[in-house]
Write a protein that binds this ligand. Structure first.
Ligand SMILES: [Zn+2]
Ligand SMILES: [Zn+2]
Length: 151
């Protein structure tokens, strides 16, 4: 990692190393706040903006990318060998990943047909996960049976 950063023209400081290590230990879909909390557990002298700047740096050198789902929280996802898409539950905000092997070929064809050269693909599908659908169904049933009891 140190070597890698040097080739990109960045120095690895102890603080930076801690931030990088924490990020990659956390893995997926990490917000600045979450990373900040984690880093502070080890070194409380690190400021929020330092964490934020280093996250941007991790993205800049291609080791992670931003995931924006329109809920006002930017999450950072470590780069994966093959692109993956996300299912985003609008109730519990959980992100689930899926492989895009089947779709990528299709997207390449569509891009070609539209004379567009893509530099990456991002697919975010919004909806409700199983647990949240069950929960809603449960609430509905309770409401209905309460209704039935009144009748
Ligand atoms: Zn992801
Ligand atoms: Zn959910």
């Amino acid at each position: 990692m140190r070597e890698f950063l040097r080739t990109k023209g960045f120095k690895m400081t102890p603080q930076r190393e801690l931030i990088f290590k924490s990020f990659f230990a956390m893995g997926k879909h990490v917000s600045v706040d979450e990373l900040y909390d984690k880093v502070r557990q080890q070194d409380s002298s690190i400021g929020y903006s330092t964490v934020w700047r280093n996250l941007k740096l991790i993205c800049k050198v291609g080791l992670a990318e931003e995931v924006n789902l329109g809920d006002g929280v930017t999450r950072y996802d470590r780069a994966t060998e093959t692109p993956h898409g996300h299912f985003y539950c609008i109730d519990c905000r959980k992100l689930t990943e899926f492989g895009m092997d089947n779709i990528v070929g299709q997207l390449a064809i569509i891009s070609r047909e539209n004379d567009f050269v893509p530099s990456g693909f991002k697919i975010e599908i919004q909806g409700r996960c199983r647990a949240c659908r069950d929960k809603r169904a449960g609430e509905k049933t309770t409401a209905e049976s309460a209704e039935a009891q009144r009748a």
